[in-house]
Design a protein around this ligand. Structure first.
Ligand code: NAD
Length: 350
């Protein structure tokens, strides 16, 4: 009963363990909810230490996709797939075709897209075996890399939070940005163009120097980013950046960034609130990427093309939702992440 007893199980509709002897694929596809539409969420490839760790990750990520898709007002449910393996050494076309067969066997209950360790080129192999895959290039509905839309949403979300905290725009505002990869790098460009002053960190030296060169950012060591004097802390690296150790060091009155699962646990969300900080719940502020993927799914389903105006409409609405969550958090004196989960659950239930 390991599965049903897992704290992350939380009423998943289906959890599918897939093994393909020929390609070596070991994969778990978790479908949390199809109440709002077919489940959609990325496929992650990661060298999990064991199947239990892979299962728990799939469950947590899939539930988070239900919340994210609901907050972005998409007709999509939440799902996620994880492949157990090392993306640097174990990728083959056969592996991703086997993933395609597994996705196809669910008959459209789950749409796959990219996530950590999986690229559009990998999913082109998946596409040979199923139509239920998005985030690709080279067809009329193709939406390509979701990162630019994610970064745009995070940028607007930071602007909104700064306006609430200080009553002015981003000019002269100091932002500490952790992680300058796909999302963080593009976000740095936007913040710089808006007049913000950046301090950045990344474990990837080449990336951090390239971004610093074009944005006049100050570079600090990865561990030092939490101690930076600033108005905004923007986590754009991996999950769990805000935890019992780092929170007391964060000096910014605003925490808003693109990373998934920024709070190590709900208790940290409460501590953020009790310190009086403005926190933009991650699964709200970073919903731009899935909106972009949803535009591709919409195009494939209707036989139409990718529609940037539809994406812009959803992104603008998402920012309104972020504002509403922060309003309620203030009025009801409750942590913003708690309010956001409640709103997402109500939307799913409705
Ligand atoms: P990425 O891998 O391109 O970038 C992550 C960066 O963080 C890398 O440059 C990496 O070197 C750096 N990093 C890792 N550990 C670090 C540390 N301890 N300190 C500083 N830097 C560190 O990934 P991405 O696509 O930019 O995604 C970033 C985050 O945003 C992830 O949490 C991802 O799940 C989330 N996210 C991404 C999208 C998207 O559209 N790409 C959408 C929603 C959420």
């Amino acid at each position: 009963m390991v599965l049903f007893d897992s704290p992350a199980f939380e009423q998943h509709e289906g959890v599918h363990a897939v093994y393909d002897a020929k390609s070596g694929l070991k994969c778990i596809i978790a479908v949390h909810s199809t109440a709002r539409g077919p489940a959609a969420g990325g496929c992650r490839m990661w060298p999990y230490p064991d199947a239990r760790a892979a299962q728990d990750d799939a469950l947590k990520l899939s539930r988070a996709m239900s919340y994210k898709n609901a907050m972005a007002d998409l007709d999509l449910g939440g799902g996620k797939s994880v492949i157990i393996g090392d993306s640097r050494t174990q990728k083959t076309p056969e592996l991703f075709e086997a993933l395609g067969r597994a996705v196809e066997s669910l008959g459209g209950r789950y749409w796959a897209a990219e996530d950590v360790g999986v690229s559009p080129a990998d999913l082109a192999h998946t596409r040979r075996r199923t139509r239920y895959v998005a985030g690709l290039d080279g067809h009329p509905a193709a939406s390509g890399d979701p990162s630019p839309v994610t970064a745009e949403g995070v940028f607007r979300g930071i602007e909104l939070c700064v306006q609430r905290a200080y009553g002015h725009g981003l000019s002269g505002v100091r932002v500490a940005l952790q992680g300058v990869g796909h999302v963080g790098g593009l976000l740095a460009d936007k913040l710089y163009a808006a007049g913000a002053r950046l301090t950045i960190s990344d474990v990837n030296q080449a990336a951090v120097h390239a971004v610093a060169e074009r944005t006049a950012a100050r570079i600090v060591a990865p561990g030092a980013i939490f101690d930076t004097e600033c108005e905004v802390f923007a986590p754009c690296a991996l999950g769990g950046a805000i935890n019992a150790d780092t929170l007391p060091r964060i000096k910014a009155p605003v925490i808003a960034g693109g990373a998934n699962n920024q709070l190590a646990d709900p208790a940290v969300g409460r501590a953020v609130f009790e310190r009086g900080l403005i926190y933009a719940p991650d699964f709200v502020i970073n919903g731009g990427g899935i909106i972009n993927v949803a535009a591709e799914i919409r195009g494939i389903e209707s036989g139409g093309a990718y529609d940037p105006a539809w994406v812009e409409g959803k992104l603008a609405r998402l920012m309104q939702t972020l504002g509403e969550v922060l309003d309620r958090s203030e009025a009801e004196r409750r942590p913003a992440d708690e309010v956001a989960v409640e709103v997402a659950r109500a939307r799913i239930a409705a």
